[in-house]
Design a protein around this ligand. Structure first.
Ligand SMILES: [Zn+2]
Length: 167
């Protein structure tokens, strides 16, 4: 795909038209909407987020977790992968506070915080999301965070983003 703003959450992004929003979202509407890849990779992940469950891929043969979704285990090359539910607890591995709008929709929402978190109960795989709360808050590497499920129901194909909040 040639979308210049690929999703950071393991799925291919599709452009979403600006829509009147009734939701209370961390980032404004108008950003590309995440979706599973056309082949279905990451479909189970996005379905789980709608149920407010966080799932991660794990190899049925060697039990290694991996993220983002792949067709093949990159530890043992098995094709047998499953999604397993994890706690949604994580810790901040890295972060940034963008001050420049990399997408026109972000002009009204600066700065904001992007975090890369590690999931201790999933082999420390890392996921990207936003850190909820004050965009000027102090961010501490190693701080414990929990997943927050941000439902976007006011679009043609509703979806749920996984965001993070300090506990
Ligand atoms: Zn494996």
């Amino acid at each position: 795909m040639s979308d210049p703003y690929p999703s950071s959450q393991g799925g291919a992004a599709v452009a979403s038209p600006p829509a009147a929003s009734t939701g209370d979202y961390y980032l404004p509407v108008g950003l590309p909407q995440p979706a599973p890849y056309p082949e279905g990779l990451a479909k189970e992940y996005w379905e789980a987020t709608r149920r407010h469950e966080l799932v991660v891929q794990r190899c049925d043969k060697c039990n290694v977790f991996q993220w983002g979704p792949e067709f093949l285990c990159y530890a043992c090359h098995s094709w047998d992968l499953s999604y397993v539910q994890v706690s949604g607890r994580a810790r901040i591995f890295s972060w940034e506070r963008p001050w420049y709008p990399v997408h026109p929709a972000l002009k009204e929402k600066l700065p904001y915080i992007v975090v890369l978190v590690e999931l201790p109960d999933a082999g420390n795989v890392r996921m990207v999301g936003n850190l909820l709360g004050d965009p000027l808050q102090e961010v501490v590497i190693g701080a414990e965070v929990e997943a927050v499920f941000e439902d976007h129901n006011d679009v043609k194909t509703p979806f749920t983003l996984v965001q993070w909040r300090v506990v």
